[in-house]
Design a protein around this ligand. Structure first.
Ligand SMILES: C[S@@+](CC[C@H](N)C(=O)[O-])C[C@H]1O[C@@H](n2cnc3c(N)ncnc32)[C@H](O)[C@@H]1O
Length: 268
């Protein structure tokens, strides 16, 4: 199966997930409609003040992060390969009278369908692992950054892929450097906590695991200057049963043994 076929399968999968996510506690669309800012703590901290800035969110899914950024005063464009997700994002923007533009495209085709450059380009939790070519991703992302502007990544820390909860303990079950490609047949999708996962029609999801080194070096190779790299012991959702909520949509492991998220800010 080619990478393009895998990307198409993911598109179908995320179309099914987008509808299901309207009921997912991870997105909590009702709270969002009431004005809640859906960006997670690390995303808010790393993006900082976005007022008056033009901002492109890559892989924006159903648009609640993009629209939160619009509420914060940014001129936002969100883009995603899932046409269902983009439909929902546009619907939410219309219903809430928020000014944001949404573009449906495979990330790798974006240079053919979107013009212009942005003060800020942003990609948040759960994006890079659906991309088969990170150096090319970095080139595409960098192309949309204005000279002097920034690219901000906030992501799940890849080290988490090594671990599982076994008898309530954190156990290494995989290698960071092997089993780089994954394929799962799924009939559920993510929520804030594992027990709240939402039912979705059976679908395939393909993934690629990238190390922090590969991500950072791809940014450098794309001509960007690394300004900041952060590793923090909290995550945006419960990925392992032993992760506990701190009450602000951040999940930690007791004793903070490993980084659970990382962020990188690079400048052009
Ligand atoms: C797990 S979602 C999360 C995105 C977002 N950061 C959030 O918190 O909602 C990942 C998104 O990546 C999109 N995606 C996957 N592969 C893509 C590709 N090749 N081009 C553009 N979007 C893609 C999916 O459609 C999905 O909406």
């Amino acid at each position: 199966m080619s990478d393009l076929d895998k990307i198409s399968a993911n598109q179908e999968g995320f179309n099914l997930r987008a509808r299901a996510h309207l009921q997912s506690s991870y997105y909590d669309v009702e709270k969002f409609k009431q004005g809640h800012n859906m960006l997670r703590r690390l995303e808010r901290e790393e993006l900082g003040d976005v007022r008056g800035r033009s901002l492109l969110e890559l892989q924006c899914h159903i648009g609640v992060n993009s629209l939160s950024l619009a509420r914060m005063g940014a001129q936002v464009t969100g883009t995603d390969i899932s046409d269902e997700a983009i439909d929902i994002a546009r619907g939410l923007a219309g219903e809430l009278d928020l000014d944001a533009k949404f573009v449906q495209a495979n990330l790798y085709d974006l240079p053919q369908v979107l013009d212009g450059q942005f003060d800020m380009v942003f990609t948040g939790y759960g994006t890079l692992s659906f991309l088969p070519d990170i150096p090319r991703w970095a080139e595409v992302a960098a192309q949309f950054v204005k000279p002097g502007g920034t690219l901000t990544i906030v992501e799940i820390h890849p080290i988490l892929n090594l671990f599982d909860s076994v008898d309530g303990e954190l156990r290494v079950v995989r290698s960071l450097f092997q089993s780089r490609q994954v394929h799962h047949e799924m009939s559920k999708s993510y929520a804030d906590r594992i027990e709240d996962e939402v039912e979705v029609e059976k679908h395939s999801i393909y993934g690629w695991r990238w190390t922090v080194e590969e991500v950072v070096n791809s940014l450098i190779a794309a001509g960007l200057t690394i300004e900041r790299l952060r590793e923090v012991p909290y995550d945006a959702r419960q990925r392992l049963p032993l992760m506990e909520s701190d009450g602000d949509h951040n999940w930690r492991i007791a004793g903070d043994p490993i980084p659970l998220s990382f962020a990188c800010v690079a400048r052009k």
